[in-house]
Design a binder for this molecule. Structure first.
Ligand code: CAA
Length: 257
């Protein structure tokens, strides 16, 4: 792989993907997105991986879609390439994905962060949707996911002025889970990932699915969906194990089935 690096830590059930295109501030060209989305699909079906971490470097998470790759394209080129279809593979991942963000997360970089389920940021992280400054607008979910995450007026300001927000603002807005010193952002991201990976995998999968449905269903439909997933978990060995371990005052031993 040319534009990402991967590291598997099966003892902790986690897989780490590093965006690795430093010469272009990890700009998300179609090749990088192909590698990234394929890796996520591979790990979604890898029983040794229970949580995925997506990160960049201390300097940059990702400075957006690759402007140089897109600059000369016409609307029909964009339609036929349909680059954002690859992003849907990330959206469909059934395992939790946690972003560890340091430095810039801009445009498609910010949208990639919002494809993840949780976000740990370093104090140097900056989030923004600056597409307006180059004559376009967000195209990978920025107008939709950002608005749902931080509300209309804040999203409007970011999308219409291109202003970057700091990690502390992002925390206050509810875009991210926590802000930590840059020296420990990856460590803290991995700590959170290991914690999630230590939970019963079937319950994690159905719980993630139910939380994400809340963005697409009415409250009534979502509550019915949640209830069915809850009942379904009573078919798992881990439900028996978890409840018996509680009653017997011991640690559960998850089987993942
Ligand atoms: N695409 C392609 N190349 C990029 C890039 C991008 N999004 N962002 C940075 N680069 C390249 C620069 O062209 C430069 O390359 P050269 O050395 O060959 O000139 C290199 O990365 C370093 O960048 P800078 O010299 O600009 O670094 P800086 O520290 O001065 O500035 C920055 C950093 C503020 C992030 C600035 O690079 C910048 O504004 N980048 C573009 C951000 C942006 O507009 N992102 C949105 C893209 S469109 C999009 O994402 C659509 C969507 O919805 C998916």
């Amino acid at each position: 792989m040319q534009y990402i690096k991967i590291e598997k830590q099966p003892q902790d059930g986690i897989g780490i993907i590093y965006l690795n295109r430093p010469e272009a501030l990890n700009a998300l060209n179609t090749e990088l997105m192909e590698e990234l989305s394929n890796q996520i699909v591979e790990w979604d079906y890898d029983s040794e991986i229970r949580c995925i971490v997506l990160t960049g470097s201390e300097k940059v998470f990702a400075a957006g879609a690759d402007i140089k790759q897109m600059a000369g394209k016409g609307a029909i080129d964009m339609l036929m390439i349909d680059q954002f279809t690859k992003w849907d593979k990330i959206k469909r991942c059934k395992k939790p994905i946690i972003a560890g963000v340091s430095g810039f997360a801009l445009g498609g970089g910010c949208e990639l962060v919002m494809h993840c389920d949780m976000v740990v940021a370093s104090e140097t992280a900056q989030f923004g949707q600056p597409e307006i400054k180059i004559g376009v607008m967000p195209g990978a979910g920025g107008t939709q996911r950002l608005t749902r995450a931080i509300g209309k007026v804040r999203a409007m300001e970011m999308v219409l002025t291109g202003r970057f927000i700091t990690a502390h603002e992002a925390l206050q807005y509810g875009l991210i889970n926590k802000v930590v010193p840059v020296e420990i952002y990856l460590q803290e991201t991995l700590k959170l990932a290991k914690q999630v990976a230590s939970m019963p995998p079937v319950a994690v999968r159905l719980a993630k699915e139910a939380v994400l449905k809340s963005f697409e269903m009415s409250l009534e439909e979502g509550l019915i969906f949640e209830r069915k997933n809850f009942y379904l978990l009573f078919a798992s060995e881990d439900q028996k194990e978890g409840m018996n371990a509680f009653i017997e005052k011991r640690q559960p031993n998850w089987k993942g089935k």
